[in-house]
Design a protein around this ligand. Structure first.
Ligand code: SF4
Length: 424
């Protein structure tokens, strides 16, 4: 059977034009997706998790019912449970996770706290001029990539939405656009750039401030390794384009200055709208990390790092973010959903996660599941079950199911655990 218009559940581009061929309940071919999409679909049945419980320091196979019973018991008896992850699952599961966090009076955080968290803080402080990827494809004649490398991280971004895509007012594709890349080193994306601004590491704030000054006609001089003339040239291109967009990634959010960098970038784009039409969009990594923020916002008012210990939501990144809660040993149990914090968190946080009773809900085995007390396998979202995900520009897209699952979905497992916690 050939499934058309399948959405790729891997990165924030959420490409929705894949063709997936299934034979005997197995994916045998994919078309149009990038190499990552192909690997995700073709290998969806490899290295799958099984229901497991830790007994005598060893993970042993159990029924999924037993695993869910133990998960409910752990969450019910914990004083300060942490629920974390959620960027690689769909919105209904994220909603159920929020309900569970409220029920057990825990902290809920998503992976934005270690990627675009500073962006979300700045958007609340400054405001944001956004647009959809469709508008960029159809209209953008100036595209800037700042601290991100879609040439390696979002493989079809250039082709579908930005540099190479052909749209209503950009029918010549690449010829109709000027491309500027700002980064500390050359990479796959800089090769496509008309102008590559190679800046000194951790000098993003200075360069953005210099551009803001240059746009308003002030003298700036050389800044952070970039010549005065180049700053003026880039500022002029920004002011004189018909429709510009600034995409940015972790090179901006996680370098020195963090949310101050984003405050400056959002302000730069706001300033530019005095002269032309300009927008700014964040390059989101996991396929539904944007959804994790959206769902938590419409459930609690806040995008990440939310605590329910007083019975109502409190928001404080740095206090209620997963890394901080774990590093300060402030949680006594953890539920990890569709994420693998152990492979990326700092040592102190990982050590505590390995010591406390941890429940992992995930379709695949991971570093975190190796130290878990309970492993609950689920259907792979966008391959074995449906759901909604938010693209990097916050457009909700419905994910498809192309093969039958062996295990229930994240949402079904979470709803079952909620019932068990309530019953207890
Ligand atoms: S660019 Fe991202 S969403 Fe598109 S096919 Fe590749 S991995 Fe999937």
């Amino acid at each position: 059977m050939i499934h058309e218009h399948v959405v790729c559940p891997f990165c924030g581009c959420l490409c929705d034009d894949l063709e997936v061929t299934v034979e005997d309940g197995k994916v045998v071919n994919t078309k149009r997706g990038c190499i990552i999409a192909k690997s995700k679909f073709m290998n969806h049945d490899r290295d799958r998790a099984k229901p497991m419980l830790r007994k005598d320091d060893e993970l042993i196979g159990v029924s999924i019912e037993e695993a869910m019973d133990r998960a409910a018991e752990i969450l019910r008896s914990a004083d300060h449970p942490l629920i974390y992850g959620l960027s690689s699952t769909e919105c209904d599961a994220q909603r159920a996770a929020t309900e569970l966090a409220e029920l057990v009076g825990g902290t809920i955080d998503n992976t934005a706290s270690v990627c675009h968290g500073p962006t979300l803080v700045s958007v609340q402080a400054v405001g944001v001029v956004k647009c959809t990827l469709g508008e960029i494809k159809n209209r953008a004649d100036l595209v800037i990539f700042w601290g991100c490398n879609p040439g390696e991280a979002h493989l079809r971004h250039f082709l579908r939405y930005s540099v190479l895509s052909k749209g209503l007012f950009t029918q010549e594709g690449r010829k109709d656009r000027t491309v500027i890349v700002v980064d500390v080193r050359e990479n796959a994306s800089t090769k496509l750039a008309d102008i590559f601004l190679k800046i000194r590491p951790n000098s993003d704030f200075e360069i953005i401030s210099a551009l803001r000054a240059a746009i308003k006609g002030h003298e700036v001089g050389d800044v952070a390794g970039v010549a005065d003339g180049t700053i003026k040239e880039v500022a002029e291109k920004m002011k004189s384009c018909k429709f510009g967009v600034l995409f940015f990634g972790l090179g901006l959010t996680m370098s020195k200055g963090k949310h101050m960098n984003i405050d400056a970038a959002l302000s730069l784009v706001r300033d530019l709208n005095d002269y032309t039409k300009f927008a700014i969009n964040s390059m989101r990594g996991h396929f539904n990390v944007a959804g994790a923020n959206e769902v938590l916002i419409w459930q609690t008012g806040y995008p990440y790092s939310v605590n329910f210990s007083r019975g109502y939501p409190r928001y404080n990144p740095g206090e209620f973010s997963a890394v901080d809660v774990l590093s300060r040993k402030e949680c006594d149990a953890a539920l990890i959903i569709a994420a693998d914090p152990l492979s990326s968190f700092p040592l102190r946080a990982s050590e505590h996660l390995a010591k406390i009773p941890t429940i992992v809900i995930d379709p695949k085995n991971s570093m975190t599941s190796l130290v878990a007390e309970v492993v609950i396998p689920t259907a792979m979202v966008g391959v074995e079950c449906e759901g909604t995900a938010y693209r990097m520009d916050c457009i909700p897209i419905r994910l498809r199911k192309v093969v039958e699952p062996e295990f229930p979905s994240d949402k079904e497992v979470l709803e079952e655990i909620i019932e068990k916690v309530k019953a207890g």
